[in-house]
Design a binder for this molecule. Sequence first.
Ligand code: GLC
Length: 523
Amino acid sequence: MTHRSPDAAPWWRSAVVYQIYPRSFQDTTGDGVGDLAGIARRLDHVVALGVDAIWISPIYPSPMKDFGYDVADYCAVDPLFGTLADFDALVAAAHARGLAVLLDFVPSHTSDEHPWFRESRSSRENARRDWYVWADPAPGGGPPNNWLSEFGGPAWSLDEATGQYWLHIYLREQPALNWRNPDVQAAMLDVMRFWFDRGVDGFRVDAVEHLVPSAALTDNPPDPAWRPGMQEARALHRAYTAHQPEVFDAARAMRRVAGEYAPERLLIGEAYGTLPEVMAYYGGEGLDGFQLPFNFQLIFAEWRAESIASMVEGYEAALPAGAWPNWVMGNHDRPRIAGRIGPAQARVAAMLLMTLRGTPTIYQGEELGMVDVPIPPEMAHDPMEKNAPGQGFGRDPVRTPIPWEDGPKAGFTTDEPWLPIGGAPPVSAQAADPGSMLALYRRLTALRRAEPALSLGSYRTLACADDVLVFERRHGERRLVVALNFADAERPLAHEGPVLLSTHAGDRVAGRLAPNEGRVMEG
Ligand code: GLC
């Protein structure tokens, strides 16, 4: 594999990651659901986009209660997506094109159809009983404590036959593994080795904050910030379920396995938390945890120059010495950025994501400016929607298929797509239009690739006032200045270097930014 890396930095520092949601990327079998052969077929798009790594959401055998995040076998491929041979072919094709391949690793819970859980559930004496988190009913009956499922309702379900409750931080069909059991740890670390041995370059580690909830099963306190209309799970502060101390040891154990390989494999952690909580996943001063604990702040940021500037500075200041930053604007769980801030600002956001210091992750469809696609109630798939219908928590609207071409099936499938297709003009049209979002993304990744100042350089805020954020990226002698106009109105601009890239076509007025314009200039 030929990972580009200016300097001697590990490849992933200068890389751009692209998240593929396999159900919605490309179908080749005509069943309306994307598959591995489809990803291989569309690698041209990935390469032309100019990214360095693909992270593929779960492809493992699964009853699909949570669309693959309920794994029934960690070391196989669901027939819906293809075979292990298809997977090997995809890895070979990706590597041949210089792309790294990252898989999704789901260590905190299995499917209730995983053989481990079937055994565990079969009796209290079963050798695998302790592979999951079981607890007796509360003294007066009912669930052992007040913990809530992220999908609504209690985080406990009663197994009538054995009289105990099993823990599930997500669906009842996603029983929580007991990471404290050394056999569970060993089995899960071997899963990592299984895929690393097949050539996988790293993992995105799912829901890691919930990997080791408190053994004392202490009630979570109410969260005073909760208001009616918010998700039920947010009513409690996750004091005893999320980010418990053992979780950081688990990150270290996973990193040691990544370090058994050369070059060392990459681990990206999914943990939603406060800044200090997220930083702890780097592993402290030794940086012996995840190389990249996901930084989700852009997903939640108030879209104003001042809030973005203080967020970036706060994050930069909080990074442990030597830790590498990263940025994310969306994923398969969160509303799409282009819908949230509008199409004009989505171009500014694209420039921000690709010019901040740190490894960016692009969620498939972001490069097309996709917005959430409305899903009629009868077509809802996501448990988040089904458990709280019509309240706006459903994730189907952000998981719709990629529109590749014009036409009713958009080149995605020949059958009925599993979710409606829409959200943006198709790839074919955007590829032919220099003013499209896709064209902008391609120019941004190309510039980033050409300019170590953008991929590896230092960051410094130069100015932030009147809806305009101006910052510097510097690498050695090379100095670039990025200016972003968050307003839908013209704004003065003090910096006047030669323009390398603008979100806008046509002539630029010196000393002024057009409404919603972003520019990268020489310093
Ligand atoms: C992560 C995934 C999400 C899934 C959950 C449970 O947050 O991104 O899609 O529902 O974990 O596995």
